[in-house]
Each structure stands twice: as C-alpha cells, then as structure tokens.
Design a protein around this ligand. Structure first.
Ligand SMILES: Cc1cc2nc3c(=O)[nH]c(=O)nc-3n(C[C@H](O)[C@H](O)[C@H](O)COP(=O)(O)O)c2cc1C
Length: 318
C-alpha cells in the first residue's frame, strides 16, 4: 500500500506542512487552522516518550488529542530510551495516527542534556536504535524524523546520509545547526544537499525542507531551487493564519478578529479555567495586527482572563 507521504508527494509539489511547535500547535490551534486554511499535513507538539511510559501518562496523552478533520496527522515524539520508543509507537498506532515522527532537532539545553533532540546528531548509534524500535512498534505505520544539519558544525553529509540509510519514510530538515538556533538565515543550500543524498541513498524517502518560509511563493521557490518534496512552515503562521491557502488572498481585520473569537471560544471550551486561559494570550498577536487600533486592542486583550472578556473587547472595538 502506498503510504500517505508518498501520496502527498504524488499529489502536490511542494506539499505544505504546519511545523510542530510546542505550546502552540495544540489540538485547538490545529482545529482553527483547519477551519481557516488547512495544510497538507499536521504534526502534534513534541511529546515525551518517558512521560508516556510513566505516571505522567494521563497528563501527557492529552497532547495527542486530534480530530478527524486534522488528518493526515503525525504524532511527534522525543525521549531517550529506545524501549519507550517501541511502546509509544504501539500506543500511537492504536490511537489511529497517520504517522510517527522522531524529534532529532530540538536545541533546548535541557532536552539536549538528556541525550535527546539535536544531541542525537552526535550519537547516531542511539538515533539508529530509536528508529529501529519505533519502526518495530509502529508496525507498518510510516516513521519519519525531523532534524537539523548539525550541533555546532554543519555535518549534513554524514548525518543526513546516516538517517537516509535507516530507510525512514520522510525526513524534515531544518537548515540550521542547534547552536545557530534561529539566529542566522536558514542554510537552504544544505537542504538541497540533503535532497541529492536522498536521490543517491534512499530514493523513496520524502524530503521536507524547513526554515524561514513565510508564504506559498517562497515554498514554491524552495521546491524549484532545492528539489524538496514538501515545505514546512512554522513561525510563518504567526504572520498569517491563512498561510496555507491554495490561492492566497487578502483578509480583512474583521475576518481576523472573527477567527480570534473562534479560537478563544474553542480554547476556553476545551481547557476550562482562568489559569489555563492566560496561555491563550500568546495567540492574540496573530490576529490583532496591521490595522488602526491594533496596538491598543492587543494591550487590552493581554489583560483578559476569559472568553467573555475577549468577546467584549473585540466587539466594542470600533
Ligand atoms: C515556539 C516553538 C516551538 C517549537 N516546538 C517544536 C517541537 O515541538 N518540535 C519540533 O520538531 N520543532 C519545534 N520547533 C521548531 C519548528 O518546528 C521549526 O523547525 C522552526 O520554527 C523553523 O521553522 P520556521 O522558520 O518556519 O519557523 C518549535 C519552534 C517554535 C518557535
């Protein structure tokens, strides 16, 4: 059977993915983006394998909530112990996800200190064990990896080749080292190298390029210039929640504010309680921008504690 990554590759070039972003791309946000303009594939926030295999299960499993309208959806995981990757892959398969993705790119110090995320770039032995264990647990469900091009130095040649030799279904390459965080322009030419390595060592693996893409035109250029099958957009969604529109058009401030209200309502219905609602504030700037009065409204919204306050502020804005 042709897996969904291959189907995406056949259908559209480049296909577009919403990047996994911890604390941002949760169930509610994905639901809102689905209603605005849906990407070709979603990823969950990264979810810890150790927590899913311990007392943290009840709380952590909530990060893997999704809806049918969010398909195809890939669960992203991170952790240290390959045994847990096996168990979690089984769990994710049982939950009905379309795929499972291993994070080998997170540059956060605490994650790297545990031997997870981008630190795996310097530990291919463990990375290989994780992939093997995940594949065994996934039992046919597609397995992919998201990574960077090095820790301190750029090591595209060795690292990407190694990953490709593991015969994974898809590989997302963010064109920066862990040390570079997001502080330098993305090295797209290194992603181009990854595509050439793929052609040589693993023609079946789908390559997704990631870094600094803000719109369709740029995604199309990345495909034309570097040959990537898909393009992943992360922070670009903060500038335009309709970024995945097939035929991009201008949206009015009214449409933006309507989308904000929809988001805040679903957020408050899904995660009841004032304490939780405070975390909704980080999304306001996505919708409240580029119109007269935006700065004042944003300031007012940053003080709201529940949906009714948000609604009041938005509806009384002239
Ligand atoms: C707030 C935030 C959270 C992130 N969380 C994750 C994550 O959970 N898993 C992951 O693989 N990458 C994560 N990333 C990295 C993004 O997926 C993406 O690789 C990065 O933002 C570069 O793409 P962009 O230039 O399109 O934003 C995160 C990035 C941001 C800004």
């Amino acid at each position: 059977m042709v897996n969904f990554w291959q189907q995406l590759k056949l259908r559209e070039k480049p296909f577009l993915a919403l990047a996994p972003m911890e604390g941002v791309t949760d169930y509610v946000f994905r639901e809102i983006i689905t209603s605005a303009a849906k990407p070709d594939v979603f990823f969950t926030e990264f979810t810890n394998t150790e927590a899913l295999c311990s007392k943290g299960y009840e709380k952590t499993i909530q990060q893997l909530t999704y809806s049918e309208s969010q398909r195809p959806i890939v669960a992203q995981i991170w952790g240290t112990d390959p045994k847990n990757f096996y168990s979690v892959a089984r769990m994710i398969k049982d939950l009905g996800f379309d795929g499972i993705d291993i994070n080998m790119g997170c540059p956060v110090r605490d994650v790297m200190k545990m031997g997870s995320g981008a630190s795996l770039i310097n530990n291919p032995g463990l990375a290989g064990e994780m992939i093997t264990a995940t594949k065994a647990g996934a039992d046919g469900m597609p397995v992919s990896v998201k990574t960077r091009i090095g820790v301190k130095e750029i090591v595209t040649e060795q690292w990407i080749r190694f990953l490709l030799e593991q015969k994974i279904d898809a590989l997302t390459v963010h064109g920066r080292t862990a040390k570079e965080l997001s502080k330098v322009p993305n090295h797209w030419e290194e992603i181009g190298k990854a595509v050439k390595l793929r052609d040589q060592y693993a023609p079946e693996t789908v390559i997704i390029g990631n870094g600094d893409i803000l719109n369709h035109g740029q995604a199309q250029n990345a495909h034309t210039m570097y040959g990537v099958d898909g393009v992943m957009i992360g922070t670009g969604i903060f500038q335009n929640p309709w970024v995945f529109e097939k035929k991009p058009k201008e949206h009015t401030s009214r449409e933006s504010l309507e989308l904000l209200l929809k988001h805040a309502k679903l957020y408050s219905d899904t995660y009841p309680g004032e304490r939780r609602f405070v975390a909704m504030r980080k999304y306001f700037k996505i919708y409240v921008r580029n119109f007269s009065g935006a700065t004042t409204l944003l300031k007012q919204l940053m003080e709201t504690k529940d949906f009714s306050e948000v609604e009041h502020r938005v509806l009384t804005t002239g």
